[in-house]
Design a protein around this ligand. Structure first.
Ligand code: PLP
Length: 450
């Protein structure tokens, strides 16, 4: 409990003595001991409160300790805590049904995984067996997970030290109007040229060698990049023309984050495979999956699918997933996200951009936004260099520290303050958090050289 310094010391000590942390130099980190979480907030052992604008790792869509999720897991644990995947289970089937019904026309079934990375692994494996081809095209500025194929698909520095364990992956650029690779001056030009670049990539790699194109429907950690008008439709058309499987990675953008069940639904496209995790049950129990089209499902109708996981469709995770669908309906989550995004977040961020010269661009959708921080609006030089660490990252770290000191935990990435609070957040809490960001941006303005 709060103020229990012995408990805090023990938590910290065990962590430092025995826990090996992700993406970190073990001797250089000092993880925050967290004592409690409730709704959109969490607390350390000193009782310091944080408003979570990062939803942990953008998974906690329904907030901490949602009573409906907690009860669903407790009830399921009392009924049947686990059962292996070769048997049929009521909540597993119910969740698969709901996911299929809410995904895309022609969706047929769901293969459940333990999380997002393995969902992408299995989607690629299915696409390869379905097409009999090996290559997969993935985008730069993407994150697809940390297992062998998923880290190779990833198009950012986290891949570098891991090499390319999957030799079949080729990267290409997607649309990013603010830092266009294509010298585009309008979103329409960006779409046209990005599609031309993709078409040329397909041509030169050999269309009949390419099993799949995978992309985040709305890019998450690498910048909240909303596709330009017509882009996803154009990717769909290229996939159709060349018999390539289109995989939408909805691990971060799915389950309400953009105001849709799945982000691609706002763009009028029908993928062949959709991967999900995180928001499916807010991460209360590890669970992910692949939604599979009729055609790909049928490939494995009379041919065995070569893959599986002991915990595929784990009942505790599935029960929390079914409860998520109920809660989304009861609490009108999608409607709230659209309303808060359009009425509260976007206007306020646009206002902040008028006030703070360090904001180069505001972009996003629903409760998924980025403020791209720059040193100079003319040159668009980022507040800190790409992949900055140590001293070079100090200006951005100072902005993040200002947020945390004021009780806001931001979704910080590169030179961007990103905003992704739990979808249950009240308007009042949203405004409180945006006020803290407003204050912290004066720190970024202090570095402005333009
Ligand atoms: N795909 C996207 C878009 C993600 O954001 C993430 C995680 O952040 C993953 C895949 C990997 O998911 P997991 O960490 O559950 O393996």
């Amino acid at each position: 409990s709060f103020g229990d310094t012995d408990a805090q010391r023990e938590v910290r000590q065990n962590d430092r003595d025995y826990v090996f942390h992700s993406w970190s130099a073990q001797a250089q980190i000092n993880p925050l001991p967290v004592a409690k979480g409730e709704g959109v907030r969490f607390w350390d052992y000193d009782g310091k409160e944080y408003l979570d604008f990062s939803s942990q790792l953008v998974n906690l869509n329904l907030g901490h300790q949602h009573p409906g999720l907690v009860k669903a897991i407790q009830d399921q644990a009392g009924r049947m805590a686990t059962i292996q995947p070769a048997m049929a289970n009521d909540v597993r089937g119910e969740l698969a049904k709901r996911v299929v019904e809410h995904s895309f026309e022609g969706a047929r079934s769901v293969f459940f995984t333990n999380g997002g990375a393995d969902a992408n692994e299995y989607a690629v494996r299915m696409a390869r067996h379905h097409t009999g081809r090996q290559k997969v095209l993935a985008r730069y500025r993407s994150y697809h997970g940390s297992t062998a194929t998923a880290i190779t698909l990833t198009g950012e520095p986290r891949r570098w030290a891991n090499g390319t364990p999957d030799a079949g992956v080729v990267h290409f650029f997607g649309p990013y109007p603010y830092r266009s690779e294509f010298y585009a001056e309008t979103p329409e030009q960006e779409t046209e040229r990005a599609l031309q670049h993709l078409e040329h990539t397909i041509q030169l790699e050999g269309p009949n060698t390419i099993a799949a194109i995978i992309l985040e429907s709305v890019t998450g950690t690498n910048g909240i990049l909303v596709p330009t008008p017509g882009y996803l439709e154009g990717v769909r058309e290229l996939c159709d023309r060349h018999g390539i499987v289109m995989i939408c990675d909805e691990v971060m953008a799915g389950f309400g984050r953009t105001g849709e069940w799945f982000a691609f639904q706002a763009f009028g496209v029908t993928p062949d495979l959709v991967t999900f995790a995180k928001g499916v049950n807010s991460g209360y129990v590890p669970l992910g999956g692949v939604v599979i089209s009729e055609a790909i499902h049928n490939t494995f109708a009379d041919r065995s699918f070569p893959g599986g996981l002991t915990y595929s469709g784990h009942p505790l995770g599935a029960a929390a997933g079914v409860a998520t669908f109920d809660i989304f309906e009861e609490e009108q989550i999608l409607e709230r996200v659209r309303d808060l995004g359009e009425r509260v977040v976007e206007p306020r961020l646009r206002e902040l951009a008028e006030k703070h010269p360090s904001i180069g661009e505001v972009r996003g959708k629903g409760l998924f936004w980025a403020l791209e921080l720059v040193l100079d609006r003319e040159t668009r030089d980022p507040l800190v260099p790409f992949n900055a660490a140590g001293e070079a990252a100090a200006p951005f770290n100072a902005v993040v520290a200002a947020c945390k000191n004021a009780g806001l935990w931001p979704f910080a990435a590169g030179n961007r303050l990103q905003i992704a609070p739990p979808l249950i957040i009240s308007e009042e809490d949203l405004v409180t958090g945006l006020d803290i960001i407003d204050e912290a941006l004066s720190v970024a303005d202090g570095y402005y050289t333009g």
